[in-house]
Design a protein. Structure first.
Length: 205
């Protein structure tokens, strides 16, 4: 396809596509003339993934390049690839800082028998939330989170089931990112609706 068609199908402007080409985020097309090139479905998928990383995850161009380079390096490792795309694995991993809340998270992970990397940002986010709750006088023991963790585990099965039929690693990474990040507001909305329903069941006259 010509660059204009690539722009139309990807939703990315021609100017931005040319910028990505200059920055090395997108591979050059096949030259058909001195000032013309053709692009294929791989370019389209790569461009969609770039758009998801910069737009949905809000990464800078330089960080997006690092993630894309890491994705290429681990193209045969689906687990690593999905972790990089979703942000559950950092480029240049560093273990989370230790602390009482981090120890609580460790207990939860061990109890659930989860295989979660020590540097996973979600560990730090959960520990920070537990710390904030304690500061507000609402301490939560990790055992209180176990039923929620089991619900999250079932949700993760549903998430990964939707990627089983995808063979292209770039497409799988893009789909995982979009499903995870964009679906989270919908899951929160469903929780609020379920809470209202449960409150009505328990308390409404």
């Amino acid at each position: 396809m010509r660059i204009s068609e690539l722009s139309r199908r990807s939703g990315v402007s021609v100017t931005t596509i040319k910028y990505y080409l200059r920055e090395g985020l997108l591979a050059p097309g096949r030259h058909t003339a001195a000032t013309q090139a053709e692009y294929d479905d791989q370019h389209l998928r790569r461009l969609r993934l770039i758009r998801a990383l910069t737009g949905v995850r809000g990464l800078s161009v330089s960080t997006t390049r690092e993630v894309l380079d890491a994705l290429a390096e681990h193209a045969g490792d689906t687990h690593r690839l999905l972790g990089l795309a979703l942000g559950s694995v950092r480029v240049g991993e560093k273990p989370a800082e230790a602390g009482p809340e981090a120890a609580e998270v460790d207990e939860l992970v061990e109890e659930m028998d989860w295989d979660v990397h020590r540097s996973a940002p979600a560990r730090a986010a959960l520990a920070e939330t537990l710390g904030s709750l304690r500061d507000l006088g609402v301490p939560l023991d990790w055992r209180t989170l176990l039923p929620y963790a089991r619900l999250a585990e079932r949700t993760a099965v549903l998430d990964l089931d939707q990627l089983e039929h995808l063979e292209d690693p770039l497409e799988a990474a893009e789909r995982a990112l979009l499903l995870t990040v964009l679906l989270e507001p919908a899951l929160m909305a469903l929780r609020r609706m379920a809470q209202e329903n449960e409150s009505a069941r328990r308390h409404a006259p």
